[in-house]
Design a protein around this ligand. Structure first.
Ligand SMILES: Cc1cc2nc3c(=O)[nH]c(=O)nc-3n(C[C@H](O)[C@H](O)[C@H](O)COP(=O)(O)OP(=O)(O)OC[C@H]3O[C@@H](n4cnc5c(N)ncnc54)[C@H](O)[C@@H]3O)c2cc1C
Length: 507
């Protein structure tokens, strides 16, 4: 019996695998493909993803993997690379000082570079990952899940306490559970193309240069990649008008790339093409008994905003610390319900913001009535709020985000980025267990409650006035870096801390 079986070794599955293994959980991961993604696909790691990667110790490796990583991002909506510019959405995100909100820079590496780094780290932490292995079927009962796997034509049965469905947007596990999805569904179709050509200075190579092209011939995405002279081009096509990927002959693609680049004599070398459905779908439930949906299996979001990969990684991380706590006997099953309670509203916010972006950048005619409002990228990535039984809220503010440059330290929000005076900032000390921040008065309480409960609770002294604390107060931060509870000065800190943890963990 393994503790957790993960199906899918994409961003969602590898994130769950890496963080579960880091928490010491016995995890087996299978993927029907022969390896991790061999194509760049989702490029870009948000500041939050980079914080999570720091928890796992792979942040530097991910930044180093992409020569563009430290350069920043430029996004332009234009007719062609050298044609009329309709909007310039960002001009070098790297130039913005984010230090008040996070200690981490934005990453830019492609999925083909990042997944192997996550895989290596997961294996180093003790996870077993098997490629060329497909989940054929599964059943669940009160004590676990029984899964039938197929590899080289041979079927084996595996028993696991929990199953994570990280099997992508067409999740067969989700279908087998009968979980339906909401949302507009299919929005458009595009053909992902990777090509090689010398484009000189038409595209910046020191930053990630992303274009949304709108002209009488096509609408398309266009971006630089981590490999010199290699570019991604993704023209839309319309099945409703009888169009299909087969219509894009190499000759037609070359012609389109010439129009996109304003280079009528360009001889691009086409390396790879794959159809891609742009869609917005949100699963009605993220949990069914002992089975949890993460990543695209739980929600599919349009790529305008670059959140598909980032939220898959966030889902995996959120579920991992909660499963680890339950498997170690630290928390009751109720903690596992907070995965859906926290990640599903977040997924809704991400999808709606990405749809607003899509209207602005690619499809002015997209109907966005009834959607929740768009969020600013920093607020979406760093200023979101969780509401669940794993947060002891102290206010009834209905806002779903706050400005991460002015963090309040309220329960439900990310712990503020604070220099701790030890040469470290908050992100350096979070990730593995619970953390208690105070002016020092709560240090004995952290030790006492840790000894009493067996929970890892590290105490850190915070500079006065940070975390929104009053003198003698304390802030309790979860293993994912979210504030769980805050207390003013109290005569009996160990009792207060112990009561809060009992409530938070449903013990
Ligand atoms: C061409 C393309 C370009 C993209 N570009 C962007 C972008 O620019 N920005 C962005 O944010 N997102 C982009 N995406 C989406 C992004 O890649 C996904 O959001 C992200 O990969 C989700 O991760 P995931 O782990 O949930 O799913 P996936 O990465 O799809 O992984 C699912 C895995 O499950 C495996 N699997 C499925 N069924 C089984 C089974 N029965 N048994 C075993 N294994 C199984 C599959 O082999 C696969 O490896 C792109 C996607 C594509 C296809």
């Amino acid at each position: 019996m393994v503790d957790v079986l993960v199906v899918g070794a994409g961003y969602g599955g590898l994130s769950a695998t890496m963080f579960l293994a880091q928490h010491g959980v016995d995890v087996l991961t299978v993927d029907r493909h022969a390896s991790t993604s061999i194509h760049p696909r989702a490029a870009g790691q948000s500041w939050r993803t980079m914080e999570l990667f720091r928890f796992a110790g792979i942040d530097e490796e991910v930044l180093d993997a992409s020569p563009r990583a430290r350069g920043g991002l430029r996004i332009t909506v234009a007719a062609s690379l050298g044609g009329q510019v309709f909007h310039r959405l960002y001009d070098d995100v790297g130039a913005v000082d984010v230090s008040a909100a996070t200690a981490m820079p934005h990453g830019m590496a492609g999925q083909d570079l990042v997944e192997p780094i996550m895989l290596r780290r997961a294996e180093k932490f003790g996870a077993t990952v098997r490629f060329n292995t497909e989940l054929v079927s599964f059943t669940q009962d009160e004590d676990g899940v029984t899964a039938v796997l197929r590899s080289s034509g041979e079927e084996t049965t595996v028993r696991a306490r929990y199953l994570i469905a990280a099997d992508g947007g067409r999740s067969r596990i989700r279908s087998a559970l009968g979980i339906e999805t909401d949302g507009p569904g299919s929005l458009s179709h595009c053909l992902g193309v990777l090509f090689e050509a010398n484009l000189g200075d038409r595209v910046r190579t020191d930053v990630t240069d992303l274009f949304y092209l709108q002209n009488p011939h096509f609408t398309a995405g266009f971006c630089s990649t981590d490999t010199p002279d290699h570019y991604g081009f993704a023209p839309d096509y319309h099945p409703s008008k009888g169009e299909s990927p087969e219509d894009f002959t190499p000759e037609r693609l070359v012609e389109m790339i010439r129009i996109a680049t304003d280079e009528p004599d360009l001889e691009p070398v086409l390396h790879w093409t794959a159809p891609w459905e742009i869609a917005a779908r949100l699963a009605r439930r993220f949990r069914s008994g002992r089975v949890f949906l993460v990543g695209d299996a739980a929600k599919v979001t349009p790529p305008t905003g670059g959140m598909g990969g980032n939220t898959a990684i966030g889902d995996g991380h959120d579920l991992a610390w909660k499963l680890a706590a339950v498997l170690r006997g630290e928390a009751s099953d109720a903690l596992l319900d907070t995965y859906e309670a926290e990640r599903r509203p977040y997924a809704r916010m991400v999808i709606d913001t990405s749809l607003h972006n899509m209207k602005q950048r690619m499809h002015p005619d997209l109907d966005v009535t009834g959607l929740t409002p768009a969020e600013e990228p920093m607020a979406l990535c760093l200023g979101f709020r969780y509401r669940s039984t794993a947060v002891l809220a102290e206010d009834d503010d209905p806002a779903r985000t706050e400005n991460p440059f002015e963090p309040t330290g309220r329960p439900g929000f990310r712990a503020p980025n604070v220099a701790l005076g030890t040469g470290q900032s908050t992100v350096d000390v979070l990730g593995l267990g619970w953390a208690l921040f105070s002016d020092g008065t709560w240090a004995p309480a952290a030790s006492a409650v840790s000894a009493e409960t067996g929970l890892r609770i590290d105490h850190h002294v915070t500079p006065p006035g940070t975390f929104g604390l009053t003198p003698g107060g304390a802030s309790l931060v979860r293993p994912d870096g979210m504030v769980a509870w805050r207390s003013p000065a109290t005569p009996n800190p160990p009792a207060a801390l112990s009561t809060a943890l009992t409530q938070l963990l449903g013990r």
